[in-house]
Each structure stands twice: as structure tokens, then as C-alpha cells.
Design a protein. Sequence first.
Length: 100
Amino acid sequence: MILSILKLKCPRCHQGDIFANKNPFKFSTLSKIHKNCSCCGQDFEPEPGFYFGAMYVSYGLGVVYFLLSFLVFDYFLHFQGWLFLGIYITSLLLLWPVIF
């Protein structure tokens, strides 16, 4: 089940794709999902706002990433101030589609 989550596959049959585009860095289609699974017919939008809770998970992942980055850059690598902020923002922009 964890592997199908990481591969963005159907939660029921673990074979059909959830997202219309497999490339997470194509920003124009980042949030486009199929209405139903192509293999088993699972409805990916059972009700309006169904994925609202996923925003809390994404926010939590962002906070954990910030705290870990801060600890690594400040305590271990001794980067401070603007250097840390620049590296953090750049890496966060690269990881944003994955966190989304």
C-alpha cells in the first residue's frame, strides 16, 4: 500500500494512475487528476473537498523539512542568515511538486 502511495496509484487496485500527468514538474497539470481509475473504476473525487485534509499533511511536511534544514545548516554546517535562506528556498521550490 505504501508503494502505491509513493507511485501515485489507485488506492483500491494499486494499478491505475491518479494524476493525469506523471511529471510533477509540469506545473500546468500538477493538480489534474482522473475522475475514475482506468482499471477498477474507483471514484477519485467522492465528494467536494475530499482532499482538504491533504493540505494539513503537506503543511506538516513543510514544517518538518524546515526544522530539519535549519538544524543541519545551522548546527552542523554553520550556514546562517541569507545563505541558509537562499539554499532553503531553492530546495523547497524543487521539492514543492513532490510535497504537493
